[in-house]
Design a binder for this molecule. Sequence first.
Ligand code: ATP
Length: 644
Amino acid sequence: MAWGGFGGGGGMFGGRSSSTGLPFGGIPSELMPEATKLLASEPAHEPSAITFTQRPSAKESERLTLPRLLKVYPGYVVAGSFLVIVISLIMQVGPLLTAYAINDGMKARSSLAIVAVCAILYLGSALVGALLQRTQVNVTGILSSRVMHDLRIRVFTHFQRLSLDFFTDEKAGVLMSRMTSDIENLQQLIQDGISSFALQGLTMIVITVVLFSLNVTLAAWTILLIVPLLFGFSIWFHHASEKGYLLVRDRIANVLADLSESLYGIRVVTAHNRQRRNIRNHRHVVGAYRDANLYTGRVNAIYGPATIMIGILGQGLLLGIGGHMYLEHQLSLGYLAAFFLYLNRFFSPIQLLVQQYNSLQQGRASVIRLRELLQTPPTVDEVENAATLPTIQGRITFEHVSFGYKPDRLVLHDVNLEIAPGESVAFVGPTGAGKSTMAKLANRFYDPTEGRVLLDGIDIRSVTLRSLRSQLGVVPQEAFLFAGSIRTNLSFGRTNITDEEIEEAIDVVGLRELIDRLPRGLDTIVHERGQTLAAGERQLLALARAFLARPRVLILDEATSSLDLRSETVIERALDRLLEGRSAILIAHRLTTAQRADRIVVVDKGGIIEMGTPGELLANGGAYTRMYDAWLASGGRDVTHIER
Ligand code: ATP
């Protein structure tokens, strides 16, 4: 059972892979001047002080809403709103100037000066409007970038708090889509959506007021006939498109999840000839996504043209009624022209509102999903005012521990075990027996369903997770290396590790030969997940990492058969040094490791069926002896079952 949350397909064929590229060999000398120039122009980012606590602060646990996100930057919100109001007023001056120019300048052929002034003012208002719009786009751009920065950090911090089961249950791709498409939708909403929505809405209000002030009767005819029609239609659209966008969001998350799983697992997929089945699967999720898009497309296709039709209806109405009023001398020609111009301007915001409505809907759906995510509590949480675990001797106690990943299916049944300080205990047993699960409970990756796990007599649920894990060293079966140098990978467990300590660790675990072989020694960059290193080398690096963290208790999920005999000997020597003076739980797949432990615990079907020193167990001829015999007979391969 791998320990990591995000699956572990990558390590299956752990050897060097040309597809993952060569280790980074440094910047070539001919590119150096350009690179230096680039680096000099990079803004310096001061490292920010991080305060991470397992329990979120009151502010961090606030319900996520758009106003709450925005209120952190009141200056930008006020400036943005003010600009939107001014722009919506200034941009509507044009038709009024046109009316004035027709009525007072052109009609009586009286004044060229009036026409010229109106034209200049018209141009001026358009220019000022455009400049203000540029400022407004800048302001909302800065606002949205800052808000999104905060939100990204908040979601990421929340991920750091969540427990392992969350990452096992949720597909990595779905989580990635929260961080990418959902946050981007929200960014779009703040950057363009809200301001544009407000601008178009205000424009409609300004035009309505101006139309009524020009001529009440004509304004009433135009607006009152058209607005209710549009309004009713928009309500239908609201419901239909909300349903569509939630569907689209769900289905794109599925597409991304399927995609990321297929890419992560590409080696397994290829090895098992699963391409065809994978394509069928992907076609299915992509097809579902297409259907959701088609649905929203159909809804938009009805709404867009229908609003255009309503606009044309309005123009016809205006021509008939307005023309009649002009002939009856109830309306000037200039005002009629202004009415036509305003009517056009009245309908284009509606078209834009439809588009913005979509981004508003998408943004709203994203807020809902991000809120749900942020409200998911970690299942393994700290109690309020959790104490700091004092430096421990290393006594580990399982007291009547039962556990199930799902409450209705227990995988451990009433386990009782005590490991003395400094004692190494090997867990052996068939695959799926519950060995890794017991180790995960000791590390508090999960909490027991019943019973307690104690360290030096202290219930591990009563102490802070940080103080607990700083005294536990975990070496998972799939050693995970991060993209970066070997040095940074080794110093992962502690901040103040010196070069001397790193050198010592390298000698202790027997990595010297590898480091000397690498082009840049400790500063060689390993690619993500350490795919450019062999499985045994990764395992040794993980052991060195644990050695440097200097934990009081070591939990080691042993790598299985991927090691050759020589690596095995090196790792065993490394283990001996690592275990000196430490309590340890060793999930032993190779019985050579089990034989070196102080005590062996045989786990089967979620319970302990035998326990004793290797000598005792071999002497009493029970389950362990049968495993041992089978192991000898198989020539020392992993033992994954117990002969009955
Ligand atoms: P192995 O030697 O293969 O690593 P193991 O003895 O360590 O096996 P565990 O990994 O502890 O076995 O698994 C015990 C049982 O719990 C198995 O039936 C397994 O299918 C189940 N299990 C393990 N992890 C999960 C999980 N995250 N969710 C649900 N069930 C799980």
